[in-house]
Design a protein around this ligand. Structure first.
Ligand code: ATP
Length: 473
């Protein structure tokens, strides 16, 4: 079972401290959300899993963290100033403004087909740099990045030369991106400020690109499944040629079923991530060497040539790039939707259980005293919490009866609850309760840390084996 719709997750997320509507005390700010104490843990765990999987477990990927505000010329030569726009239409009947490519010719609000002609709207957020700059001073104009990728391309040579990398190799980055979306909405699915996990994988121009895109699609499907997302809720979408971004020769999107309540074929699916073959477009256009038909430099502003010299073939070329670009927020939402389940207890009450993969659970173990008015029990429970903390994320909670405490932990996805009772004072043992089965086991306090770690590992989905590319490139 997964969540019946996004609204179920919105209310759970707000009720239990995963995600709050931003600026709520001032009436909110359309489609902006803040991660609460549990949301920030979940999102950090997803980012750490991604980083471990690509940067640590593979031997061919380095990480970086580039600036959000870059020289404006980066966006000129990347093509974003000229082409990073969405088609915008207005409904003449109800005045709603929408993205033309998301509505199939009908107003999403009133259903009217009386729409204006689509016109392009550039989605980059503008700002001005410098204390003395006027709002409209073009020399002070800068943008908040709409993708993290360009920070990778402009650092290609820095990374390649300092780390002595030979292609194929990749550069990974996690960070905020900003897009002035025409119609943000659906909770954290589409916001103006969001986080991306992007990787640029540099290969020879004659590599088998088509296969490489498929290879990365497969690896990512496995990674999403390792986060607990069911394969039934994932689907591939080959982006048609006329919808490709200006830099892309081929793009495959991995879609998630964010709208299971809609009838099939009616936009149940939305993009979770995209895997694009970006050719040598970016490295070439940021380089100072390429010339046009008349022999004029295409980029007279760059001071570098971002080409690569292959020692074995003695050839110089601009590497081609495969780019898997995933959204942190959309992954958080997919993980929450997929983990959502309900279970009925002995008394016929329905309980929400968030079956998060243990590696992603914000809290791994909750330490609960059976009687909060017994100082010895409370003292022992708090001491156990402190002793576990260096090993795994644990919390202490005594703000309710044990039934209520269990239910709360189930609802936020805590895999284990540890209960300290009267007997514990005698036998130095505690009860460990499993979130999914509600089964209980008695464990010696001295063995608790090892026991919990073993259990958490055993229930973690198997991590996909990620090595270097299997292709001859
Ligand atoms: P869409 O077609 O949904 O607008 P896109 O194709 O423009 O998305 P990309 O440029 O491929 O998106 O960005 C890579 C990833 O970044 C997306 O797959 C998504 O996970 C995430 N992303 C993009 N825009 C947003 C947004 N406005 N809010 C949240 N995540 C986003």
């Amino acid at each position: 079972m997964s969540a019946p719709n996004i609204d179920t997750i919105v209310s759970l997320a707000k009720r239990r401290g995963f995600v709050f509507p931003s600026s709520d005390i001032y009436g909110g700010l359309g489609s902006a959300w803040d991660y609460g104490p549990l949301g920030v843990e979940l999102s950090n765990n997803i980012k750490q899993s991604w980083w471990r999987w690509l940067v640590y477990e593979r031997d061919d990927i380095e990480g970086i963290d580039s600036s959000i505000i870059l020289n404006r010329l980066v966006w000129k030569y990347s093509g974003h100033e000229a082409t990073f726009h969405d088609p915008l239409v207005d409904c003449r009947e109800c005045k709603t403004r929408m993205r033309a490519d998301k509505i199939e010719g009908k107003c999403a609000n009133c259903g009217s087909t009386n729409l204006t002609e689509p016109r392009n709207f550039n989605m980059m957020f503008r700002t001005v740099l410098g204390a003395a700059a006027e709002e409209d001073d073009p020399t002070a104009l800068a943008y908040l990045r709409p993708e993290t990728a360009q920070g990778i391309f402009i650092n290609f040579l820095n990374v390649q030369t300092t780390l002595r990398r030979k292609i194929p190799f990749g550069i990974a980055q996690i960070g905020k991106s900003f897009r002035n979306e025409i119609t943000p909405g659906n909770f954290i699915l589409r916001t103006r400020e969001f986080e991306q996990m992007e990787m640029e994988y540099f290969v020879k121009p004659d590599a088998e690109h088509l296969k490489l895109v498929d290879e990365w699609v497969e690896l990512y499907l496995e990674w999403f499944k390792s986060l607990g997302i069911s394969g039934d809720n994932l689907q591939l979408h080959e982006v048609p040629a006329d919808e490709l971004a200006h830099y892309s020769k081929r793009t495959v999107d991995i879609m998630y079923r964010y709208f299971p309540e809609r009838p099939e074929q009616e936009r149940q699916w939305e993009e979770l991530m995209g895997i694009a073959y970006r050719t040598d477009f970016d490295l070439r256009s940021h380089s100072n060497k390429p010339v046009d038909d008349e022999g004029k430099r295409v980029n007279p502003d760059s001071t570098e040539d971002l080409s690569y010299f292959d020692e074995t073939t003695k050839q110089r070329f601009y590497p081609h790039v495969i780019e898997p670009a995933a959204g942190v927020n959309r992954t958080v939402l997919a993980v929450l939707m997929d983990a959502y389940s309900e279970k009925t207890n002995d008394k016929g009450e329905t309980r929400v259980i968030l079956r998060l993969s243990p590696q992603l659970a914000p809290i791994k173990a909750a330490i609960l005293p059976l009687a909060k008015n017994k100082p010895e029990i409370v003292g022992m429970a708090k001491a156990i919490k402190r002793s576990l903390q260096p090993v795994l994320r644990a919390v202490y909670d005594d703000t309710g009866g044990i039934g209520k405490l269990y239910a709360r932990q189930d609802e936020i996805g805590t895999p284990m609850c540890v209960t300290v009772d009267h007997q514990s004072l005698e036998d130095e043992a505690v009860t460990v309760r499993d979130r999914d089965t509600w089964e209980q086991e008695r464990v010696k306090v001295a063995e608790l840390a090892d026991y919990l770690q073993r259990r958490l590992k055993a229930t973690s989905p198997v991590q996909p084996v990620a090595g270097t590319s299997s292709l001859e490139i």
